[in-house]
Design a protein around this ligand. Structure first.
Ligand SMILES: [Zn+2]
Length: 385
């Protein structure tokens, strides 16, 4: 089955073969054959296909790649958010509230909540979702979380070391996370992640867990420098982590380390928005030559938004990224953060993840914040909206 999308006003390919930055083609067409992109080019040269979709002059983008989300959980924390907006400071401990609710939930409840959120994301143009565990914090509960995540999410991350559970010593718990818990979770996951932060896990504990994960075939990634200018970014680079996420408090040497590495700086502006923290210095990272991704960090505590468009708008307005930089970071940047070459772009052979905007250009994602602008979405060639 092939589908041609005709009459595209602005086609964002992110294909360096087409052009710098977003690789934009105007007055374009695109052909999907099965689950892959078979052809892109001028509308006047479009080949025939089994089905046709008229984009009516609107913009077409690669589906968003949300490379950081925590979606296996139960309950919500609206009251905590309201309290924070009334002046309380965000602290990592709020995670424990969600841990209690998640442990008490059935598999079906967790599965239903995960499906609801992934569907909510797809309706907004997100076609690749990374999903972490981290609200179970026992061997059985973490295994359950990654197993359920693997049923529905594109990318699964074992985050047993999300917070130190009540009653545990951090080093003892880190050792469990690097041994029995890892062994139970690794078969369902591609990635291993640690919240390396004051009040969570220190550099030695983080290194123990990530190196153990690498030994069993998982790729490392890190919650790094969210609350303090700690050692996590340097550790991420040292271990060739795919991504250092948050990067809110960076030293000059952290920025240099990221810029001279393959480790992507994944910025999560919804978190700073929802916790009233300062934003990371995206301009400094970009000017230094670091690869920057944008992701939601969708979770019930520090940012309960699944909207990549919202992240783009905040990144442009408050982090001074250009609309083109922000759109690239939310698509191709996310793919780099997951070390994926098949998503995040619309080059020939890419997975057919296609987002038709209800707008004439990608700029509208930042220009019209809060306005639903997703007209149609295909994931691997299947229409999902
Ligand atoms: Zn996170």
């Amino acid at each position: 089955m092939s589908t041609v999308i005709t009459n595209i006003g602005e086609l964002v390919t992110n294909d360096p073969a087409v052009g710098d930055g977003l690789g934009i083609v105007r007055d374009a067409a695109l052909v999907m054959d099965g689950d892959t992109i078979a052809w892109t080019g001028p509308a006047s040269e479009a080949p025939a296909a089994d089905e046709s979709f008229d984009a009516a002059g609107r913009a077409v983008l690669p589906g968003f790649v949300d490379s950081h989300a925590h979606l296996v959980f139960a309950g919500e924390r609206a009251e905590e958010f309201a309290a924070r907006m009334s002046g309380q400071k965000y602290a990592a401990g709020g995670i424990r509230t969600t841990v209690e609710r998640t442990r008490a939930a059935s598999d079906d409840d967790l599965r239903a909540n995960l499906r609801r959120l992934i569907t909510e994301m797809a309706r907004q143009g997100t076609t690749t979702v990374e999903c972490k565990s981290g609200y179970g914090l026992t061997v059985d509960q973490e295994e359950r979380a990654v197993r359920i995540a693997a049923e529905l999410a594109d990318e699964v991350t074992y985050l047993g070391a999300h917070v130190v559970p009540t009653g545990w010593d951090a080093a003892a718990y880190a050792h469990l996370a690097a041994t029995d818990m890892l062994a139970a979770c690794a078969p369902h996951a591609r990635w291993v992640d640690v919240f390396c932060e004051e009040g969570a896990f220190d550099a030695d504990q983080t290194r123990e867990i990530l190196q153990a994960g690498v030994k069993v075939g998982l790729g490392p990634r890190l919650h790094a420098n969210q609350l303090t200018q700690g050692p996590a970014v340097q550790l991420a680079v040292e271990l060739d982590a795919a991504s250092a996420d948050h990067c809110t408090f960076l030293s000059e040497s952290d920025i240099d380390a990221l810029a001279s590495s393959q480790t992507v700086a994944t910025l999560l502006p919804g978190v700073e928005f929802s916790t009233r923290q300062p934003y990371p210095n995206a301009r400094r990272l970009l000017e230094a030559g670091a690869t920057v991704a944008l992701a939601t960090d969708c979770n019930p505590g520090s940012c309960y938004s699944s909207s990549m468009a919202f992240c783009i708008a905040v990144a442009v307005r408050d982090m001074r990224m250009t609309p083109a930089e922000a759109v690239w970071s939310a698509t191709a940047g996310g793919a780099r953060a997951l070390r994926r070459t098949d998503v995040g772009h619309l080059g020939i052979g890419a997975r057919a993840d296609v987002h038709v905007l209800d707008a004439p250009s990608h700029i509208h994602l930042a220009y019209r914040p809060g306005v639903p602008q997703t007209a149609a979405v295909w994931k691997a060639g299947h229409r999902v909206r």
